[in-house]
Design a protein around this ligand. Structure first.
Ligand SMILES: *Cc1c(COP(=O)(O)O)cnc(C)c1O
Length: 374
């Protein structure tokens, strides 16, 4: 059993992917070839943003967004400690300070109620993460940002294809960033990402930053980086994008079925809550259990792969020790980090396999309980 079955997806898309790759090899424009523009056009229409720029990774997308906003040493960016390292890492890389705010216990996304008191005169932006594929509460976050003149950058690396009040992730704030890492809901065959915005000036800035701050050949009005997406990766994404809307539907169906089966058969397991304003793409299907180590071991030993997203909140990572945030700083994030367990999740997960996973989980939780009461 695979945790994310990319081979099944490839088997389904082999011909169009090969055709797209072959076209790139034939025209030979490996850097910023015509597939890049074609992809950007399709993705901006899908998200409902005026501009999309394809970039080298989700991490670089976050970096470019903050560079375009002029975030620099001494600035503060409010974000969640409950995320992949890249979110806080890019803030720190620019010399700015990540200011963590605890998460909501239901959605595990940034708790808007806690944001306001973290704002200081140095705050420049709020960077919510739409974790596991469900958007943060953007109406609440955007309202706070507007009241304080702050930008909002969505880290939508896990939520491409998700909706918030009928609007798509990555089109909900000043800048939306996503990742096309192979295991993300829309993945390429290497590293890739994208930034989205409705702001023309920010789009121009990000376009320049993507290519060494260049506005025309060998002319550089600003400092940038090399963050282009390879044409070959755009070709792969164009082929995969054709079935992506169907995959989003399948992900929702599979995620909801997990929740239904697990709540019926393993009532002690906490299933993810998707609030009514949202649809989730279930980048991860993540439950919460007691004694995670034992439950995971039971599943793994019976051929069910699992993962932990994420075992340690960012403020407890050695790289962020300089912030001096000890245990207990963000109790909701810390509690979740000790309990979360992700189950196999991908659009090709069939019903018998899903039933087997749920039954193995039921046994794991049951066995653990019997051991505890013995
Ligand atoms: C995957 C991920 C990233 C980084 O994306 P890459 O394409 O791997 O650089 C950033 N933030 C979050 C929340 C992620 O899940």
């Amino acid at each position: 059993m695979e945790f994310i079955d990319l081979k099944a997806q490839y088997a389904q898309l082999r011909a169009p992917i090969m055709q797209r790759i072959q076209a790139v090899l034939d025209h030979g424009c490996y850097i910023m070839g015509p597939e890049i523009r074609e992809l950007e056009g399709k993705l901006s229409a899908y998200v409902g943003a005026s501009h999309c720029l394809a970039v080298s990774s989700g991490t670089d997308a976050l970096l470019i967004a903050m560079m375009a906003l002029g975030i620099r040493p001494g600035d503060e960016v409010i974000t969640t400690p409950y995320t992949f390292i890249a979110t806080g890492e890019m803030i720190a890389l620019l010399g700015a300070k990540p200011v963590f705010v605890d998460i909501d216990a239901e959605t595990l996304n940034l708790d808007p109620v806690l944001i306001e008191r973290a704002i200081t005169p140095r705050t420049r932006a709020i960077m919510p993460v739409s974790v596991y594929g469900q958007c943060a509460d953007f109406d609440a976050i955007n309202a706070i940002a507007a009241a304080h003149g702050l930008a909002v950058i969505e880290d939508g690396a896990q939520s491409f294809g998700a909706t918030y009040r009928g609007r798509r992730s990555c089109g909900l704030s000043t800048i939306g960033c996503t990742s096309f890492f192979p295991s993300k809901p829309l993945g390429c065959y290497g590293d890739g990402g994208a930034v989205f915005t409705d702001d023309d000036a920010l789009a121009t800035a990000m376009r320049e930053i993507r290519v060494h701050g260049q506005d025309r050949r060998y002319h550089h009005p600003r400092i940038g980086i090399n963050a282009r997406m390879d044409t070959l990766q755009a070709a792969v994404l164009l082929a995969k994008f054709e079935i992506f809307p169907d995959e989003v539907v399948a992900r929702q169906r599979i995620g909801e079925r997990y929740t239904q089966c697990i709540s019926e058969r393993c009532p002690s397991v906490v299933t993810p809550t998707v609030v009514p304003r949202n649809t989730s793409v279930y980048a991860q299907y993540t439950v919460q259990v007691e004694d995670r180590g034992e439950v995971a071991q039971h599943l793994n030993s019976r051929g069910v792969p699992t993962a932990v997203h994420y075992p340690m909140p960012l403020h407890q990572q050695p790289a962020f020790a300089f912030l001096g945030l000890g245990p207990g700083s963000f109790p909701v994030a810390e509690r979740a980090a000790g309990r979360v367990l992700s189950l196999p999740m991908h659009p090709n997960l069939d019903t018998p396999t899903q039933d087997l996973i749920v039954e193995t989980l039921r046994q794991a939780v049951h066995t653990r309980r019997e051991a505890a009461s013995a």
